[in-house]
Design a binder for this molecule. Sequence first.
Ligand SMILES: Nc1ncnc2c1ncn2[C@@H]1O[C@H](COP(=O)(O)OP(=O)(O)OP(=O)(O)O)[C@@H](O)[C@H]1O
Length: 264
Amino acid sequence: MNTCSGIWFTKEEIGLSNSSFVSIEKLTYAFESNRPIFQNLTMDVKAGEFVSVIGASGSGKSTLFKLITGLLEPDQGEIWINGENVGNRLGKVGYMPQKDLLLPWRTVLDNVLLPLEVSKENSQRRIPEIREWLNRFGLTEWETAYPDELSGGMRQRVAFLRTIMTGRDLLLLDEPFGALDSLTKRNMHSWLLGLWGELQKTVVFITHDLEEAILLSDRIYLLGRETLQEINVKLPRPRSSELIYQSEFITMRKELECMIHDDR
Ligand SMILES: Nc1ncnc2c1ncn2[C@@H]1O[C@H](COP(=O)(O)OP(=O)(O)OP(=O)(O)O)[C@@H](O)[C@H]1O
């Protein structure tokens, strides 16, 4: 039972539009004969929204992404992306899995070019544009470096840039900063907040870090054993990573911890 104080807001109060970019309706999924991970799960993500998905380990967050991309098919229910309900959704999203999956034998530039090569675009023609991106991602000096020469934060930026190069409006980011130390993570938060404001992409972001979820998101979905709770975050944008020291932020964090505790 939820005994938390309920400081969160309605969608209207945080000024969200009503148009869904991702719409998941009554989704049911089980691995083989196991107990279903999801039963009649319904959620949506608005165009241009930043939504985080949090929940205990094993609650199904990565599985949800695999269902959204079409790597797995629902047993029941429907997944719509930008008004389309199609089987091959992988081509409709930029997906950054938990492991960065950079190809060790390719340089930074060649890793970033990969989505263009896969989609049979003339990647060489886009190199000037990609060099501009590398500059904005602080990677210019590392263009010819190989992944094992990079720090964790740099690898994440290369993987993220490669995800952006898919050109998709929807980005699914599975714990992109999970392996980083807290200082690097904070730098990445500032960097991502700035970039997201500029890119105007729709982002769904998996994390275990409650501060990160509140700082970055418009809304948070808390995936429980058999429940899904939706939390609207009313913090003004643009946001800075210094926000985490403000009393309003600390209250939100405590409230989220309370909801997670009640959910167990
Ligand atoms: N290929 C698979 N076959 C069978 N069971 C699986 C498979 N992949 C995941 N599972 C199970 O499904 C459940 C959800 O896994 P999932 O990886 O989606 O959880 P998660 O919330 O992302 O976990 P974490 O936070 O640890 O990354 C877990 O119990 C996991 O063991």
